[in-house]
Ligand binder design. Structure first.
Ligand SMILES: Nc1ncnc2c1ncn2[C@@H]1O[C@H](COP(=O)(O)OP(=O)(O)OP(=O)(O)O)[C@@H](O)[C@H]1O
Ligand SMILES: [Mg+2]
Length: 333
């Protein structure tokens, strides 16, 4: 058995009374591309900060490539690269100068710095911007340069905290390609955080859904979705009170699978959704709940998150792919 790339043992971090990371135990194997998916404030950055030895755990510990973050933090740092959530580039330097500076901090020789900066610039396709001041870069180029910098010293493990935050979909897609390439070609184990469902879904081999400092579910995106079973039907009602009434009724009724409500929508996970819709509408009608629209889709990671936490990560991240939407006439009584 190989040493795990990362293993945490009830790792915990408190800020005064706030428990930002709450007894997380997880194991990430060598070569994995692993994602931590969770909303703002879930504890993703705090966990990365502990694993990368930026802050110590309050309790528990972790090992990176078998080295304990509490006992030998400087040895851990030799093995890792970190791309922080906020930019830490020096924009008064050129791309190449930023890389060179990083190489010096890691004690690389002049020749190695030159060779390695050429390699990593090629990997993120920034060769033609190498001699240009970073302050003239676009947001996507800066992100790519940061990823390149994180790779300068050949880390075994790369931490990427929200690698595509705020970038447009096309740039995001490009960055996903680089991340896949460096995972395969450079054989780097990657732990990334994201609150973009699509990013976790498309990019990561396994993901941990994290909320309020703890892991709610951990598996491949496919297994997490399949575990919900069947289809997801969203019944849109007139208001939250109606959604809550309908949700309670369906839950009591027991024949409607996994039921949650959020704002004025009721979400039901069940087998053979298409044929169940008339029955669900009948129940709503008998209760006096007005259904404004019905949406049927295969489970997404958003549905997985909702089913484990009762909340949505971010509404705008839900994908329209594969959806059938039935717009119903409002049946006002
Ligand atoms: N230095 C700090 N002092 C006090 N509280 C902190 C500190 N750093 C983080 N927190 C709190 O810990 C919790 C987890 O924060 P963290 O930054 O780890 O979340 P996150 O999942 O990375 O969120 P985001 O998606 O917004 O980046 C939050 O409630 C945050 O306010
Ligand atoms: Mg964060």
């Amino acid at each position: 058995m190989n040493t795990p790339a990362i293993e945490t043992f009830d790792i915990t971090r408190k800020f005064d009374d706030l428990v930002a990371v709450d007894k997380i135990s997880l194991k990430i194997e060598q070569g994995e591309l692993f994602g931590l998916l969770g909303p703002n404030g879930a504890g993703k950055t705090t966990l990365i900060n502990m694993l990368s030895t930026m802050i110590p755990p309050s309790d528990g510990t972790a090992q990176v490539w078998g080295i304990d973050v509490k006992i030998q933090p400087s040895r851990v740092r030799q093995n890792i690269g970190v791309v922080f959530q906020g930019t830490t580039l020096d924009d008064r330097l050129t791309g190449k100068e930023n890389l060179d500076l990083h190489g010096r901090l890691y004690g690389l020789s002049k020749q190695l710095r030159k060779q390695r900066s050429d390699e990593v610039l090629e990997l993120v396709e920034l060769e033609d911007k190498a001699e240009v001041l970073v302050k003239t870069y676009s947001g996507g180029m800066m992100r790519r340069l940061e990823i390149a910098r994180g790779l300068m010293h050949h880390p075994k493990v790369l931490f990427l905290d929200e690698p595509t935050l705020g970038l447009d979909p096309q740039t995001r897609n490009h960055i996903w390609d680089y991340i896949r390439r460096l995972n395969h070609e450079e054989n780097v184990t990657i732990l990334l955080t994201t609150h973009y469902m699509e990013e976790a879904d498309q990019l990561c081999e396994r993901i941990a859904i994290i909320d309020h400092g703890s892991i709610k579910a951990l598996d491949t995106p496919g297994n997490l979705k399949n575990a919900l079973g069947g289809d997801v039907v969203i019944l849109s009602t007139e208001n939250e009170t109606q959604a809550s009434v309908l949700c309670n009724l369906l839950n009591k009724n027991g024949s409607a699978g996994n039921v949650h409500y959020k704002d004025d929508n009721v979400s039901i996970t069940l087998q053979d959704g298409t044929h169940q819709i008339p029955r669900l509408l009948k129940i709503a009608g008998e209760t006096g709940v007005n259904i404004l629209s019905v949406d049927l889709h295969r489970p997404t990671l958003d549905d997985v998150f909702l089913s484990h936490t009762g909340r949505v990560i971010r509404e705008e991240e839900t994908s329209d792919v594969g959806r059938i939407t039935y717009k119903l006439q409002s049946r006002r009584r």
